[in-house]
Design a protein around this ligand. Structure first.
Ligand SMILES: [Zn+2]
Length: 340
């Protein structure tokens, strides 16, 4: 009775469509956006996905020009050097991150392949790795200095996005010197790669969703009325019902990306006219657990219902029950679920 059909449709969607993206796409300026020249020769488009990310430094000046215009000028300068001095068909690396934290596409087709999460263009950034590693050039020289925070933080976001798109683990991040005799990406930057892997792993593991009473993942009978009375509400409104000794709960469902532990929280407006022992029934993989919440206090913020284990997929997470020993309204507003 407790497991409704609402979750099942979401499960089918998960199986037939792309997995939910855990990592948002950062802004990446395409070759056309920064004014790249056309490649001088046909580029090699590969059907295989990359199996790693290689970190480089450009070994150019540690510029203090942190503007977008500088990032575009840098990309044009690198392309000119690679084509005119090295005699390559196009920019060697797949992407570039400026010291101001702007990401640009390097070799043509790198961005479209990354966005699709399928295939790659063969690069020219590391002998032996060009058909299997995404090369990222980071502006600057990091033999003794470390990259500025704007660059590093954007690189973390970007590597997490690449790893998510191509289903790579955070451990698949390397320095150029790991595969070729070079000082690149500099001793100081190379020493930061364990931290980079750790920070990327944290981004990949972060997952959270909010189910409001207006979300598709919420369902309740018409006995649950709608109110905008309290300014402590989450979103436009919330639902409320009188207590009854029967099963007419308000349900919150979500599609979880993996099996494991999740923190479950609820947000409700508090009022002395609301219930002091509202039962929140959590449907964890260990069974149902009831957490009573005093909805006369702690309104207008996230209130923990504890950390619980769940299996992956579409499922009911928690329900607000009307079956309470209290006599006042029970409130169903929003629920947040966060992977921990
Ligand atoms: Zn390099």
């Amino acid at each position: 009775m407790l497991l409704g059909v609402g979750g099942a449709a979401g499960g089918l969607e998960l199986l037939s469509g792309a997995p939910a993206l855990a990592v948002p796409a950062p802004t990446i300026a395409s070759c056309a956006t920064w004014g790249a020249r056309n490649p001088s020769d046909a580029l090699t488009i590969l059907g295989n996905n990359p199996n790693k990310i290689l970190i480089h430094h450009t070994a150019t000046a540690n510029s203090t020009d942190y503007t977008l215009a500088h990032a575009y000028a840098l990309s044009r300068s690198i392309q000119n050097y690679h084509m005119d001095s090295n005699g390559w068909s196009d920019t060697g690396q797949h992407f570039t991150v400026s010291r101001g934290g702007f990401i640009t596409e390097g070799r043509h087709n790198s961005l479209s392949k990354l966005t699709a999460g399928s295939g790659m263009v063969q690069g020219a950034h590391c002998p032996g790795q060009n058909d299997q590693a995404i090369g990222i050039e980071n502006e600057g020289t990091y033999t003794s200095l470390t990259p500025p925070a704007a660059l590093y933080n954007k690189l973390v976001d970007f590597c997490a996005y690449i790893a998510d798109q191509y289903n790579l683990p955070a451990t698949a991040i390397y320095g150029h010197r790991d595969f070729h005799a070079t000082s690149c990406p500099g001793d100081a930057f190379y020493a930061m790669l364990p931290q980079l892997r750790s920070d990327v792993a944290a981004k990949l593991n972060a997952w959270s969703t909010i189910i409001d009473n207006t979300s598709a993942g919420f369902r309740a009978s018409s006995a649950w009325l709608t109110s905008t009375y309290s300014s402590q509400r989450y979103g436009a409104d919330y639902r409320y019902a009188t207590p009854i000794a029967a099963g007419d709960a308000a349900y919150y469902s979500a599609t979880l990306p993996s099996s494991g532990n999740y923190k479950v929280e609820t947000w409700y407006p508090a009022n002395t006219g609301y219930n002091a022992v509202t039962p929140f029934v959590v449907f964890s993989s260990a069974g149902s657990t009831t957490v009573n919440v005093n909805q006369q206090a702690n309104g207008g913020k996230w209130v923990s219902l504890g950390t619980h284990a769940f299996s992956s997929g579409a499922r009911d997470i928690v329900a607000v029950s009307r079956w309470t020993s209290g006599t006042q309204y029970v409130i169903a507003d929003a629920v947040r679920v966060t992977r921990v």
